[in-house]
Ligand binder design. Structure first.
Ligand SMILES: [Zn+2]
Length: 155
């Protein structure tokens, strides 16, 4: 069972200090997709919890709300949703790996990538993928990120 205490323990000490249990948090038996991502409102941080290595492991992402993307189209690097109009937009999230190394990428500012896979309309990319295929692509991109994080922090 994954309860909030084990979630917090999976994150680095620096992240544990300011982690707050999300209102909607329910203890879950396992990570269905191998990972879970969420962003609490108004804290400029987001969390990625995964068990790719067999152990629960958490990554804290942060973004500076003052840094806005200069990209014309605001596309999320994970779910490939193109933001515009009244959507939340993307934020440039960074994950510090060491004093010298940081990984950064554009992700939906609300971190709700999986729900974007069902969306259609002007903001959905004009592509022929079904929602299920988009979800598969999202999972692939998240796993790529997780593997990269592990590879870069190994030494
Ligand atoms: Zn996204």
């Amino acid at each position: 069972m994954i309860d909030w205490t084990s979630v917090v323990k999976a994150f680095p000490k620096s992240a544990q200090k300011h982690m707050r249990r999300p209102d909607k948090w329910k203890d879950i038996p396992s990570l269905n997709d191998g990972y879970l991502m969420w962003a609490p409102p108004n804290v400029n941080r987001a969390y990625l919890l995964e068990d790719v290595t067999g152990n629960l492991n958490g990554w804290e992402l942060s973004f500076d709300p003052k840094v806005r993307t200069k990209r014309r189209a605001e596309m999320c690097d994970l779910c490939k949703f193109v933001h515009g109009g009244r959507s939340c937009g993307v934020a440039f999230f960074s994950i510090p790996l060491s004093k010298q190394k940081t990984i950064g990428l554009y992700i939906c500012a609300d971190f709700a990538c999986s729900s974007r896979c069902d969306e259609t309309g002007v903001n959905a990319m004009r592509e022929s993928l079904t929602p299920a295929e988009k979800l598969t692509r999202l999972h692939g991109n998240v796993f790529d990120l997780i593997l990269r994080l592990h590879a870069e922090t190994r030494d």
